[in-house]
Design a protein around this ligand. Structure first.
Ligand code: 3HC
Length: 712
């Protein structure tokens, strides 16, 4: 225990230092060691007060999330949390003033420990919060009970349902923190604790009484929060569970509220929602670890950038750089296209400003970082160029050859191609080690995914630089292999193929979209196409057809091409898979014409249309994703199943609480997934072929994540 929590006495104050790198997470041993150290402080005649502080960069980032996997049943959790609640009461019952000294973060269980101390002091840049909801759970160590008593039920509800941390000054104003310390935190905390000891003052959050008026205000806030969550948290359990736990404490007092919190926590921690969100928490941290690129691989700082092509994607990419404070040249071939591109950027910033997210001054400052140009002047000064010209291999190869002549030899040359072969660009440039893909998702200034496409010769330094740059641009960078469509679009092709075939077979556009939005996606496949532009996919299909290729195996529905030929490109033309009030409008209505096109296509393929159940739609689409995901994994184009989950969550809004398509397949059980593939093969044809990896995992009784059976 001694190494996890240290005990010293300074100036008649016991200093308990939690030292469990990297974030002082509360493993069972740390909980126990804190308990023992506070008891020692109370028994120590040489100490008049006790200060609890974290070693390293932070106070306590919460309970150790890995430990939750050991809780197999709600009963396990009840036993464990019973012990934790009692332990925190013992801290709170400390006879000597107990002061938490917070720097970095006091999150989750860390905040709950701090609230069980009599007082909290914090560095000015410290943050406190209850982010459990982001892991599909509620605060489980009294947070739903002590926080409303310290900060008021309204703010407590807000913090526990959105999971966002609060900065120390605001936390002080709200009553969560008693003092903000300028200068050395420990010295300030010791002085604060001595003062309390001199006055023999202690204060227990659990004993703070709430007036009838405060209770009523709190209950009103709970009711209002439930209403708002009904709109914003559809399909989730944890945010509503937070409201339940806080309400219990308001109605029935601290002890009954605490018991209810334990029950609710116990249910949540074994839920699929929580397992999925915890899976993503670790997946997000795993994704940056590339086996042959150690942490100490040199990564360049990008101080100046350039983007070639000022279309929708190029403009969005330039905005990413400007938003991160990096000056960027934006090059086009003709003045009109350049002006259009800059006007779109301006419009985007104006929209952000009208929502109050940027001031006029910030917009001007950011816009000033984007320099429009028609020439390569200044390209010899930049550290990276991202090519975002029209998706045509010859044009792109010519662009790379040109870029090699106008940039420094160490300049990174990235392509935003969504389908083409990076190695061909690498060859064209004559400096293959500097070339890779930076595949952004539309709208590029909004979507968080960045596929970092590793070419055959891409250097480790260029990859490390890209990972670092991705973080600076606020993206989640995932290193993927250089296969057709990379990971995101390769899977999307199978997702869309199934959506198109289901339409031909008898489902309708609104039905398919609703099944997917009910599942938790922000938008269904057809709504998404209408936003992205039906012409984009159609042009790629045309290009592939000219090469004798298709995006996905199996029958190709003709309906998307017919819609394209009619000039129905989606929202921008006022019609696509839906009809819109006007071009650019989002107000849509279903269009019987699409059913007619689907019926004609079905007749041509000799298919008798039939009613299709919502279950079949979901099963076929998610099975197609998992089967193709397994192929990608086996072919080595993704490093891990969890990387594929990250790609789909951040690229296409796959619901986080389902964990991603691969995790979701595990929750269904891979044996079920395989039996579906085989069933579809018998019904629809050999293009439904099980991925060998899927067959092997089922034969071995394993899942993508190593478990033998379904997780639900
Ligand atoms: N448990 C276990 N491991 C944790 C952890 C936790 N609570 N918090 C962080 N880690 C690990 C990460 O997995 C990572 O490990 P790795 O280096 O092996 O990949 C390492 O600590 C560093 O974490 P980050 O990379 O995230 O470091 P940052 O400096 O970017 O961020 C942070 C620090 C803001 C503290 C961030 O880690 C974070 O948000 N952590 C989780 C906070 C949280 O959700 N707390 C609530 C936990 S649940 C709880 O407390 C229940 C209670 O009510 C009973």
């Amino acid at each position: 225990m001694a190494d996890l929590v240290r005990y010293d006495v300074k100036d008649r104050v016991a200093v308990v230092t939690i030292d469990n790198p990297p974030v002082n997470a509360l493993s069972p041993a740390v909980w126990t060691a804190i308990d023992e150290a506070v008891a020692r402080g109370n028994a120590d005649a040489g100490a008049d007060a006790i200060v609890l502080i974290g070693a390293g960069t932070t106070f306590i980032a919460g309970a150790d999330i890995k430990v939750f996997d050991t809780l197999k049943t709600a009963g396990d959790s009840m036993t464990r949390s019973g012990g934790t609640h009692a332990l925190l009461r013992r801290l709170e019952d400390s006879a000597k003033p107990l002061v938490a000294a917070i720097h970095g973060n006091a999150l989750g269980g860390g905040m709950e420990v701090a609230m069980s101390c009599h007082y909290r002091v914090a560095a000015a840049d410290a943050k406190v919060g209850q982010p459990e909801v982001l892991l599909g759970i509620v605060p489980g160590a009294g947070g739903t009970q002590r926080l409303p008593r310290l900060a008021g039920a309204e703010l407590a509800l807000q913090m526990c349902t959105d999971g966002k941390p609060v900065a120390a000054p605001k936390a002080k104003a709200a009553g969560m923190i008693d003092a903000v310390i300028d200068g050395d935190l420990l010295i300030g905390a010791i002085a604060f604790a001595k003062e309390k000891a001199a006055r023999r003052e202690t204060r227990k959050a659990r004993e703070i009484a709430l007036s009838a008026e405060q209770v009523q205000k709190g209950l009103d806030a709970v009711a209002a929060m439930r209403q708002s969550l009904a709109k914003t948290a559809r399909g989730l359990r944890a945010p509503f569970a937070v409201a339940d736990a806080i309400e219990a404490g308001l109605r029935h007092g601290f002890d009954a509220g605490s018991t209810r919190e334990r029950e609710i926590f116990a249910d949540c921690v074994v839920s699929t929602e929580s397992k999925a969100l915890r899976h993503l928490f670790f997946a997000e941290r795993e994704v940056i670890k590339i086996p042959d690129i150690p942490k100490d691989t040199p990564a360049r700082d990008i101080t100046r950038a350039a983007v070639v092509g000022a279309g929708t994607m190029g403009g969005g990419i330039a905005m990413n750089y400007a938003n991160a404070g990096i000056p960027v040249l934006l090059k086009e071939v003709d003045r009109a296209a350049l002006d259009r591109g800059m006007a779109t950027i301006r419009r985007n910033y104006d929209v952000t400003m009208s929502k109050g997210k940027l001031t006029a001054e910030q917009v001007e400052k950011t816009m000033a970082l984007i320099t429009p140009t028609l020439t390569y002047d200044g390209f010899d000064q930049v550290d990276i160029v991202t090519e975002a010209v029209f998706e045509n291999i010859d044009l792109k190869k010519a662009t790379f050859a040109e870029l090699a002549t106008v940039t420094r030899p160490d300049c990174v040359l990235a392509s935003n191609s969504s389908t083409l072969d990076m190695d061909q660009f690498a060859q064209a440039s004559g400096r293959p080690s500097q070339v890779l893909g930076h595949h952004y998702f539309s709208p590029a200034n909004v979507m968080k995914l960045l596929e970092i496409v590793r070419g055959r010769d891409t250097s480790k330094e260029v990859l490390a630089t890209s990972l670092k740059l991705g973080r600076r641009l606020g993206k989640v960078g995932v290193v993927v292999g250089n296969c057709f469509g990379f990971v995101a679009n390769r899977m999307l092709a199978y997702y869309m193929r199934e959506a198109y075939l289901l339409l031909e077979e008898g489902a309708s556009v609104p039905q398919i979209d609703k099944v997917l939005t009910d599942f938790g996606l922000p938008v269904g496949p057809y709504g998404m196409q209408d936003i992205a532009g039906i012409d984009v996919g159609a042009r790629i299909r045309q290009y592939l057809a000219s090469l004798g290729k298709a995006r996905a195996d199996g029958p190709q529905s003709e309906v998307p091409d017919r819609v394209f030929e009619m000039g129905r490109y989606g929202q921008k033309t006022g019609a696509g898979w839906y009809k819109y009030d006007a071009p650019g409008s989002r107000n849509r209505t279903p269009d019987p014409l699409i059913d007619q096109l689907a019926a004609e296509a079905a007749a041509r393929r000799g298919i008798t249309r039939r009613p299709i159940s919502d279950d079949e739609i979901l099963a076929r689409i998610t099975t197609a994703l998992a089967n193709e995901g397994a192929r990608i994994l086996e072919d080595g184009f993704a490093l891990r199943a969890s990387d594929i989950d990250i790609v789909y969550v951040y690229g296409f809004g796959f619901p986080r609480h389902r964990g991603g398509p691969m995790f979701y397949a595990d929750t269904i059980g891979l044996a079920t997934v395989l039996s579906r593939v085989n069933e579809y093969r018998a019904r629809f044809g050999d293009y439904w072929e099980p991925a060998p990896l899927l067959e092997r995992l089922v034969a071995e009784g394993r899942g993508f994540y190593g478990e033998a059976v379904a997780r639900v």
